[in-house]
Design a protein around this ligand. Structure first.
Ligand SMILES: [Zn+2]
Length: 457
């Protein structure tokens, strides 16, 4: 027993180590031999890419943050969460001019960005709002109310309208054939959740409030007696992506889609939705395809350019390892090259899986690639699926990524000189999002008008 000395005082630990069942389990785990990076790189075959010279006039960057705080209301462990999603609009020409005087003076940088944000405080454990019976019901109500209150244009649709448009794509049963249950556990009819728009009532005699946003199912995992950081993370993630669709739908309803010729959207994180509300990712996919088809009539056939950029996680680590030389420095992966990922590459090299379902099938609405910029920054980027053929992960060709050349050309120009492997617009959005309770203004509306005003050029 080699652990004798070390574990002598930890009886439970020794019991675990000696347990036959535990040993059997550990023995059955698959252990991946540390991969030979040169080998992985050979399989991946980075492609030198001719970057496009398209530069948008404006960039919209979206990023959110959430922070849980303890509140004193007489109940133990009472918690609320500040959730904020910021949307920053950058003038690319001005940004490039400033960029030549690197490092950019942050004060001067402020003059080229405008921000809009969703800011709210949501109830968590032991926080019950007026007229509600539990923290869970209070949270459900708050999610609904925040979405109804936010809109990009005074006379345009609300974020709730955007959400309800996506809800129409949701199948009535989940992947396992299960239906959603009524959010009230004591519902006398033991009803399935009755899906609807807006706020309405359960069909049982108690006739309590139901909301269209209950279909997100975020409340189902709420912990009534502890911290709920994970679900506030899910809420933030949904709002960021919802906001992106909201911008596009508002441009459409205002007949401003032609402005997409000169606009790109960058989202912090993957083009995916995880956890309870993951279903919305496939609704977003369908809606993006629809809007893109309409938009192409106004953009000389150009697809919408949306980029998701992730800063951390297994893909980021893997890319770093690929690029690491034996002496510890970087440079294995050539600059201005992309690594286009197939399902089998991902499952064999990044996220181990035997599954026959394609990686991220239920959660992603885009596909990933690695890009090393002109100046050597490593970026893990997702571009959206804008047609069914983009979803074919058995292959990875440039044609599977809408506007890949334009995307990498843009990324070359957006890399931050202050932060390694980060993008200037996301640094700005993050700076905005990191401040809770900023009051939004209607800058997006102004922006769209600006872009439309010089439409004749
Ligand atoms: Zn009921």
């Amino acid at each position: 027993m080699p652990y004798e000395g070390e574990f002598a005082q930890y009886k439970p630990l020794r019991r675990l180590v000696e347990s036959e069942r535990v040993q059997k389990l550990l023995g059955s785990y698959k252990v991946r031999t540390p991969s030979d990076n040169t080998n992985s790189l050979q399989i991946l075959q980075p492609i030198q890419i001719q970057a496009g010279d398209w530069i948008p006039e404006r960039l919209i960057a979206i990023d959110g943050s959430h922070a849980e705080v303890n509140i004193k209301n007489g109940f133990p462990g009472a918690e609320a969460s500040y959730v904020t999603v910021a949307c920053v609009i950058l003038d690319v020409a001005k940004m490039q001019k400033l960029d030549q005087q690197r490092p950019v003076n942050p004060k001067e940088f402020k003059t080229i960005e405008k921000a809009e944000s969703i800011d709210c405080a949501l109830p968590g454990c032991n926080v019950i709002s007026e007229g509600e019976k539990s923290a869970k019901d209070s949270l459900r109500k708050s999610i609904f109310e925040v979405l109804s209150a936010v809109r990009m244009c005074e006379d345009g649709e609300s974020l709730l309208d955007t959400y309800e448009a996506l809800l129409k794509y949701k199948p009535t049963t989940d992947q396992t054939g299960q239906t959603q249950k009524c959010p009230y556990e004591d519902c006398p009819q033991k009803n399935d959740y009755l899906r609807g728009d807006g706020q309405y009532t359960c069909s049982c005699e108690l006739a309590r409030s139901l909301y269209s946003t209950d279909a997100l199912r975020i409340h189902e995992r709420m912990n009534p007696a502890g911290t709920n950081g994970a679900i506030f993370g899910e809420i933030m993630q949904v709002w960021e992506r919802l906001w992106m669709v909201h911008i596009l739908r508002t441009l459409e309803s205002k007949k401003w889609l032609s402005s997409l010729r000169r606009l790109a959207i960058i989202l912090d994180g993957q083009l995916a939705v995880f956890g309870q509300p993951a279903w919305i990712s496939q609704a977003i996919y369908q809606e993006l395809c629809r809007i893109n088809t309409v938009a192409k009539r106004f953009t000389e056939g150009k697809d919408i350019l949306i980029l998701g950029v992730e800063k951390t996680g297994t893909f980021v680590e893997h890319f770093e390892n690929l690029d690491r030389k034996e002496n510890g420095g970087f440079g294995n992966f050539p600059c201005q090259s992309v690594g286009l990922l197939t399902d089998s590459y991902i499952k064999q090299n990044i996220i181990f899986s035997d599954s026959t379902r394609p990686y991220g099938d239920a959660t992603y609405f885009g596909r990933k690639f690695f890009y090393k910029t002109k100046c050597g920054a490593r970026l893990v980027v997702t571009l959206p699926f804008l047609a069914p053929q983009h979803r074919d992960l058995t292959q990875a060709e440039q044609s599977h990524y809408p506007r890949l050349a334009d995307a990498v050309g843009l990324l070359d120009k957006l890399v931050s000189s202050r932060f390694p492997n980060a993008l200037v617009p996301l640094v700005s959005a993050n700076a905005e999002a990191a401040i809770p309770l900023r009051l939004g203004n209607k800058v997006l509306e102004k922006l769209a008008k600006e872009l439309m005003a010089d439409n004749g050029r």
